[in-house]
Write a protein that binds this ligand. Structure first.
Ligand code: NOJ
Length: 516
């Protein structure tokens, strides 16, 4: 074969593989894993721990959980945390995101009684992490508030703002000297909508369409109060960072000319909480629509409560980073019934998927890697280029140990992350895998698995098993480079598109007799 032919063919291959992306993780981007107390800890009634809303809910209404299970034992992290720390260390992760169980610290929900055992457990866990060179990242609240607080109205009672601040003060005092990153509240839009507007999530109260916004209003006040308390009482000595974690998807319009629906959907999902924190007050589209629909429904006031100017100013600026949980994307279109003055939802959007997107085991989780990059760029543009901590990203299946699809998911999503960081300058400083362990997936029980480490939930010793994805992650972490999906896996989208492009180019060459 003539030299020039070899040159042409190798150029095609080289161009195909060099996709103009720097696949190296920059030094400032730390990689970690995430969990949450109720989903992993177990030991639901150890020592003096109080009952939380998820203990109560799963015990009282087991039929609302897919496999009628609960988090009584879960992964038994309470007893096995040292083993888990060794796994994380061996894999090479830089940080571990855990959450504190409020009722393990305050059995009565309020600050009159502090559990020494509860404090000691988290101190042991956190010092074990630090001793193994793993940075602790701590959420104060991941959906499991004390049942006694719920009986007093939970997140719909404004007094929770003070109760939450009292609890946070104890955590900062006891654990703050060891922890440099705190998250106040995880994914409030989920527990406010589903916990106070449906029976999908504890406490499962059907409070018309008023409950979710009341919950959200108190969440924002509680978050801001805790942020200011950290500033006033702890920041000078502890020098940490504090923020909130929100889930945000990318939204693509069904009709290319529709330039309204994607942003409306984003505002109802993410702007609800991040606008008051980063910009000041609720998004205009939420105020306008909820006011209008409330009036049509005959309410004397909008179902969306309003902040006074003092509260707007107090909440604005209360984040040292933007905490992002990202999994998937959606196709959006305006609800056609609104043309006939029928308002089915406050946002007025129908959410679907593109039929080419592949699915995970979870009904809402479709694999759309480019959506990750888009949401990072949207946050950069809309919220003043903040420091971003990706606090959750992951894929669910039914528990396969050779979890190629999970590796493909991570590969394709991390590639988009690296484009957003290395090419587009998004300031992402943390990225956490959800999750290190298979765990209790809320109303799905143990039927959906997100872990890179499997847990044998039928065995009292809750043995851990490395999945293929854990081994892949280990190599990525040791090289700090995004590695291709192992060979035996089915070709991923990128490989397919490369092969198809190469074939097309070869056919064109052939057609014009270039190789003759
Ligand atoms: C986000 C939640 O924070 C977490 O608790 C949950 O398990 C994952 N999404 C997966 O659904």
């Amino acid at each position: 074969m003539k030299t020039w032919r070899i040159f042409v063919i190798s150029s095609i291959f080289i161009t195909g593989y060099c996709q103009d992306v720097n696949l190296t993780f920059p030094e400032h981007l730390k990689l970690g894993v995430a969990t949450a107390s109720y989903q992993t800890e177990g030991a639901w009634n150890a020592n003096d721990k109080g009952v939380n809303v998820w203990d109560f809910w799963t015990h009282k209404y087991p039929s609302l959980i897919a496999d009628e299970s609960n988090g009584d034992v879960a992964c038994d992290t309470y007893n096995k945390y040292k083993e888990d720390v060794q796994i994380i260390k061996n894999l090479g992760f830089n940080f571990f995101r855990l959450s504190i169980s409020w009722s393990r610290i305050l059995p009565s929900g309020l600050a009159n009684e502090i559990s020494k055992d509860g404090i000691q457990y988290y101190k042991n866990f956190i010092t074990e992490l630090i001793a193994n060179d793993i940075e602790p990242v701590v959420s104060l609240y991941h959906w499991d508030h004390p049942q006694v607080i719920e009986e007093m109205g939970g997140w719909t009672n404004e007094l929770i703002v003070d109760w939450f601040a009292d609890y946070a003060r104890i955590i900062f005092t006891e654990l703050g000297p060891y922890v440099k990153i705190f998250t106040t509240i995880n994914e409030p839009q989920i527990f406010c909508s589903q916990g106070y507007g449906s029976v999908k999530t504890a406490p499962g109260k059907l409070l018309q369409d008023v409950g979710p916004y009341l919950c959200g209003h108190n969440v924002l006040k509680a978050h801001a109060k805790v942020y200011h308390m950290y500033d006033d009482e702890f920041r000078a000595t502890q020098r940490g960072q504090i923020g909130m974690a929100l889930s945000a998807s990318s939204h693509y319009p069904l009709d290319a000319d529709d330039n309204v629906s994607p942003d409306t959907a984003f505002q109802f999902e993410c702007g609800w909480f991040m606008n008051p924190i980063f910009i000041g007050d609720y998004p205009e589209i939420m105020k306008t629509r909820i006011d209008m629909i409330s009036e049509r429904q005959g309410y004397s006031e909008s179902r969306l409560p309003r902040f006074t100017p003092e509260w707007i100013a107090y909440i604005k600026g209360t984040a040292d980073y933007f905490g992002l949980n990202h999994y998937s994307s959606k196709i959006v279109e305006p609800d056609p019934e609104e043309e006939f003055n029928v308002y089915n939802t406050d946002e007025g959007i129908i959410h679907t998927r593109n039929s080419t997107w592949s699915m995970s085991a979870t009904s809402w989780l479709w694999v759309v890697p480019e959506g990750f990059g888009n949401v990072l760029r949207k946050i950069k543009n809309d919220y003043g280029d903040p420091t971003i901590f990706v606090l959750e990203n992951g894929y669910s299946d039914e528990g396969e140990l050779d979890d190629y699809h999970r590796i493909e998911y991570y590969y394709s999503y991390l590639k988009e992350l690296l484009i957003a960081v290395n090419r587009d300058g998004c300031k992402v400083e943390r990225y956490a895998v959800w999750s290190i362990l298979d765990n209790f997936e809320w109303s799905e029980g143990y039927t959906k698995k997100f872990g890179i480490i499997g847990v044998d939930f039928d065995n009292p010793s809750r043995n851990r098993t490395y999945k293929l994805s854990a081994k892949w992650w280990e190599k990525v972490l040791h090289t700090r480079t995004l590695l291709e999906v192992p060979r035996s896996s089915a070709p991923n989208n990128y490989t397919w598109s490369f092969m198809i492009t190469a074939c097309c180019i070869m056919s064109v060459f052939n057609y014009f007799h270039i190789f003759r």
